[in-house]
Ligand binder design. Structure first.
Ligand SMILES: Cc1cc2nc3c(=O)[nH]c(=O)nc-3n(C[C@H](O)[C@H](O)[C@H](O)COP(=O)(O)OP(=O)(O)OC[C@H]3O[C@@H](n4cnc5c(N)ncnc54)[C@H](O)[C@@H]3O)c2cc1C
Length: 197
């Protein structure tokens, strides 16, 4: 996964809340799964441009393999398969469809959530902080959390001071908002985010 800050614009305002509300940040994220981008685009006050699967050929499509499935063998119709075998099979089937003249916009129906994508998004600072509070939390799914932590690292490096207090709610607010679903490790999480660079 690659995360790049493409641009950041700030108005000349003194108050931090106003400054964030009227600022704008554009990021490029490449190599995340469609499962991850699907979660990202649920954040509404933002603009998105995503690589289309309608026109891009997905021959030997790149994909994200979660650590938990690596090396796990599953028997399917008498054949022992790993995740990578299934990806290969899907890729071949996809290519077969395209070769037979099926439009890419229809052939892509067989592509999995694991397929990687490239997305550009723009958020104002207020929404970015909201996004980071939710998605750096241990409750967030690992891939979007990894992405959110990378974004936060970039922001802290480029704009010292402005994002120091930002992190999951246990760090940002000083208490956990997840109730029974809390990870139960607020001190550890706070330590991580107070030293994140
Ligand atoms: C840990 C976790 C688990 C999740 N699990 C699921 C799940 O199982 N199923 C599922 O469907 N989703 C799930 N989601 C996604 C979640 O439901 C939201 O879609 C996502 O968090 C984005 O919505 P949001 O309200 O946080 O804020 P955003 O869309 O980022 O918006 C920010 C804020 O702007 C305001 N706002 C935005 N749009 C409007 C509007 N139209 N009207 C009024 N105010 C608005 C609200 O105050 C909102 O809180 C999950 C999210 C997380 C973090």
């Amino acid at each position: 996964m690659e995360v790049l800050l493409l641009s950041a614009n700030f108005p000349e305002l003194e108050e931090e809340k106003e400054l964030l509300r009227h600022s704008s940040f554009t990021f490029l994220v490449d190599g995340i799964s469609r499962a991850c981008s699907h979660q990202l685009v649920r954040h509404r006050p933002a603009s998105y441009s995503q690589q289309s699967q309608r026109y891009v050929a997905m021959k030997n499509f790149p994909y994200v393999e979660p650590e938990t499935v690596r090396g796990v063998k599953v028997e399917v119709d008498g054949r022992e398969m790993e995740f990578k075998d299934l990806m290969e099979l899907i890729g071949k089937f996809y290519e077969g469809l395209v070769e037979k003249g099926v439009p890419k916009e229809d052939a892509r129906f067989v592509l999995p959530n694991a397929c990687t994508t490239r997305i550009v998004f723009t958020m104002n600072g207020e929404e970015l902080v909201h996004f980071l509070r939710l998605r750096t939390c241990s409750r967030a799914q690992w891939e979007i959390r990894e992405m959110a932590v990378k974004i936060l690292r970039i922001l802290r490096e480029k704009f010292p001071g402005l994002f120091d207090r930002v992190g999951p709610n246990c760090y940002y607010l000083g208490y956990c908002t997840e109730g029974k679903k809390s990870c139960g490790r607020p001190e550890e999480v706070r330590r991580f985010f107070s030293s994140l660079k």
